[in-house]
Design a protein around this ligand. Structure first.
Ligand SMILES: [Zn+2]
Length: 233
């Protein structure tokens, strides 16, 4: 009887172990996500890993293979500290949702949003905190097509404080006014490049981290008609 019990016990344990293992493998396959900085373990610790995770995340987003998230668990995992791998500077546009379109969870990204994704001293200060203090590895300046702020710059829009905001975008104006759609795209992309140049010019802190290879700064362009992000490397 004792032997029989032990046999059953062993069988039960082995089955549980097998089921447990296969469940873990299956769960990992289903999630399709290899790395995250949520929790205490920092897995994304280089600029290239961060960039790859954003590329993979956008792919999951457009192919409808998003990570199944447990927000309560993510809140619990991040309550003591945060280790985001990337900072996204994006437009205010309601259709640009960095956490969703890169399929990232709570504690994965710093997100700074302002109409026309331009930098200013407050944004630079936030970026310096994110990189130098919190160890973010990647800064992404993300523009998008059909951008109202960029169109406002091209059309000389004037409205309260918005006037000075679009003034910041005007140096990026590029293209032929006879082709407004192409001009809007060209200007928005040029605005991303100029914003990156300005970040490196006006933040010696980020410039130094960039020069040493500790932090990478890249441009990206989001197509709000498809959900696809193209990196401007
Ligand atoms: Zn916009």
């Amino acid at each position: 009887m004792k032997t029989k019990m032990n046999t059953w016990k062993t069988l039960f344990l082995a089955t549980g172990l097998l089921l447990g293992t296969s469940y873990a493998v299956k769960a990992e396959e289903m999630l399709g996500k290899e790395a995250s900085n949520t929790g205490s373990e920092v897995k994304i610790d280089t600029p290239d890993k961060a960039l790859q995770e954003l590329k993979d995340g956008n792919k999951r987003f457009v192919t409808d293979k998003r990570v199944k998230r447990d927000y309560k668990a993510e809140i619990k995992d991040t309550k003591a500290d945060q280790h985001p791998h990337s900072l996204i500077l994006s437009c205010l546009d309601s259709r640009i949702t960095p956490e969703l379109l890169f399929d990232q969870g709570i504690g994965d990204l710093f997100v700074a949003r302002v109409a026309g994704n331009v930098e200013d001293p407050n944004i630079l200060g936030s970026m310096e905190f994110a990189t130098k203090v919190k160890g973010v590895k990647l800064i992404v300046v993300m523009g998008h097509n059909k951008c109202g702020a960029v169109k406002g710059a091209i059309d000389n829009a004037e409205l309260g404080n918005l006037t000075q905001l679009v003034e910041q975008i005007k140096p990026a104006i590029k293209g032929d006014r006879s082709n407004p759609d192409a001009m809007l795209d060209e200007t928005a992309k040029n605005n991303v490049k100029m914003t990156i140049d300005d970040i490196l010019k006006y933040s010696p802190v980020i410039n130094e981290l960039h020069e040493s290879g500790t932090v990478k700064i890249v441009g990206a362009y989001y197509d709000l008609t498809t959900g696809v992000v193209k990196f401007m490397e």
